[in-house]
Design a protein around this ligand. Sequence first.
Ligand code: SF4
Length: 318
Amino acid sequence: MEFRFELALCAALESPTRVVARQLGAGIENPGGRIVDVCVLTPGPNFDRRAAITPDRIPDPAIEAAVGPGEAVPLTRAFDLPPDRAEAAAERAAEIGYLERERRDGRPVVRATARYPDDWVGSLTAIENKPDLGTPGDLAAQLRYDAALGLFDEVVLATASYVTRAHLNRIPEAIGVWRFDPETGEREVVREPTPLDPAAPGVEIREERALRTDVTLVDPAAKARKRRRIAERAYGKGWRPDPPACARATTTADGRPYCERFDRVVDPGRDCGAPCDEYVPADPPATDRDRLRDERTAWVAAPDGDGPRRQSGLSRFL
Ligand code: SF4
């Protein structure tokens, strides 16, 4: 249920002034410690310059490399990494079009194809999905973590349940609450989120126990780096999963994997293949995820093409 709820919410949130992605790591000192369900990025002033570089994620080592679009610099000077990792990072950055590589006097050199823009992200909103508030699991702890760290500009809980005052009292005040109907795509704002402060130091909760909570203080620079990684990951990844390699699979008009045998959106990783009695191995159905993403969101599939320039800085959830 949670998977289908999540994909329906992602589809409903897509718009030409946003990029929507799902399942992104959001822990800083403990990177696997927090995975956010959905992340919505809105464009900042230099979004078009970022989109013009590549539709893919630009890996962090390439962004942090001491290399710009001017003079080519030796690979070993550009990357503060062991030679094999520097080589792999340069290779990947060249594949996606961010770096150019040559040899000069027999030595590898690199140059950026463009200056990596600051300020291409307007805002990052994290959304935690809990379709059924009757089985909240560790929801309250996750939302306490997000509120204390302040990595995102806003954090929202999305649910299909009727939200009572008791529910609201159990989660931090800064967290917004939406009631979302995955069948109709309708979304009601039960409580607006209070903006958090990503530029301030944060507190990363490591472990909550009965009598004490272990925390790590996180400085604003570490938060800024993590935000850039999340933004890059969101930009490159999007939210549409690979459809199952089954003859009975197809995709909905907005690109969700759909099973014609069971008449519903499916989770390919959980519902399909060996666990399914009706599985008929085949090539996965053809979907044009890039076209859908390009048409429906701020992401640009082919930066060299003549696609329309997009307006940035529009309000976050129209
Ligand atoms: S594997 Fe089963 S659930 Fe998945 S698409 Fe095929 S028939 Fe449907």
